[in-house]
Design a protein around this ligand. Structure first.
Ligand code: PLP
Ligand code: COI
Length: 337
């Protein structure tokens, strides 16, 4: 399969490469099953299909400047999937099993790792799903766990170029005591309509507000919201936000660069005071927001036509570590030899 790496979108780009699946039954995970088959047989009455019992992760492997392959923070992704499994009462995947299967799948798909010069990476997608055929809504101790990989470009094709976002108060992607803090499919299902409406209006991203007052910022589409003001790196704190591993890395980098890091509720009224703001995540990396439109007031806030200096610097520093151009003093990357 030939790819035009620079045109590659954030999508499932089929390679014919191997994936792995495991099944949990009678209290234990079975053997790894490797296959190039892209389909998984599931019962029509399975808990994943009927009740949304599913948790997933997304992490990237990069081909470095030195030719070595680095997988970014697989241990942190394993811990987040464990938190999702716990909340959904699905069987746990141990940290070792998660990390080893991701490393293994990168190794088996090494030929599909985009070259260093491209903006693309190998995106690794572990998925945990309830397999028990059932009708009663209750926890079942049967599941599948699969890991596949696909070469992917940036989530927003603009990359580090600014995109426009629209504020949403009509559809809540999660609730304070719900599942917003874990990476489960239901959160994305409940954001689909607002996502579609935003796209129809020409906006690439939706700025979600919390579900109680619709006044404080939550997430920016499938990414966390970040902002820069007066030497501060500011990001929302809320029980219904996904704890982004990219954001936690950026907070560390910002602190290292002398920024004060604030994780706190962010009132929509504060938006016009930010010098720069953006969306961050594995897919999005950092994607700056050029404009934020509020349909309730009809007001637009214009931030930039080009990425601001702070977000650009953070973006470069993060990618320097991911591509092996700078020392990884935090031990974030796992080498895949
Ligand atoms: N928030 C949501 C809703 C997401 O889907 C993602 C993507 O994974 C993120 C934030 C960013 O998380 P991470 O940086 O761990 O990829
Ligand atoms: C990621 O950024 O890795 C994601 O998983 C986002 C995805 C839901 C589109």
């Amino acid at each position: 399969m030939e790819f035009n790496w620079d045109e590659l979108g954030f999508d499932f780009n089929p390679t014919g490469g191997e994936n792995v699946r495991y099944y949990f039954k009678n209290g234990a995970w079975g053997e790894a099953q490797y296959t190039t088959d892209e389909y998984i047989p599931v019962h029509m009455s399975s808990a994943c299909l009927n009740y949304g019992l599913q948790a997933f992760e997304g992490l990237k492997a990069f081909r470095g400047v030195d030719g070595r392959v680095r997988l970014f923070r697989p241990h942190a992704h394993a811990q987040r999937m464990a938190a999702g499994a716990k909340k959904l009462c699905l069987p746990m995947v141990s940290e070792d099993m998660f990390v080893e299967s991701c490393v293994d799948i990168v190794r088996r798909n090494i030929d599909f790792l985009p070259p260093y010069e491209s903006r693309a990476a190998l995106y690794v997608r572990p998925v945990l799903f309830g397999t028990k055929p059932c009708l009663t809504v209750k926890a079942y101790n049967e599941a599948g766990f699969c890991v596949f990989a696909t070469p992917a470009g940036p989530y927003f094709k603009e990359g580090i170029l600014p995109i426009d976002a629209i504020i949403n108060r009509n559809q809540d992607r999660s609730a304070p005591l719900g599942t917003g803090d874990v990476k489960v499919g239901g959160n994305y299902a409940s954001s689909m309509l607002s996502c579609q409406e935003a796209h129809d209006l020409g906006y690439k991203a939706v700025l979600y507000t919390e579900s109680v007052h619709h006044r404080y910022i939550e997430e920016c589409g499938a990414a966390n919201f970040i902002a820069i003001k007066n030497g501060r790196y500011i990001t929302p704190k809320s029980p219904s936000i996904l704890p982004s591993i990219t954001n936690s890395s950026l907070r560390q980098l910002a602190e290292d660069k002398g920024f004060i890091v604030e994780q706190r509720p962010i009132d929509l009224e504060e938006l016009p005071t930010f010098e720069e703001c953006g969306a961050c995540g594995t897919g999005a990396i950092i994607t700056p927001l050029g404009n934020v439109f509020d349909p309730e007031t009809g007001k637009n806030i214009h931030y930039c036509d080009e990425t601001g200096p702070v977000l650009l610097d953070l973006y470069n520093t993060l990618q320097d570590i991911q591509y092996g151009r700078k020392e990884d003093k935090f031990g974030w990357t796992v080498l895949v030899e």
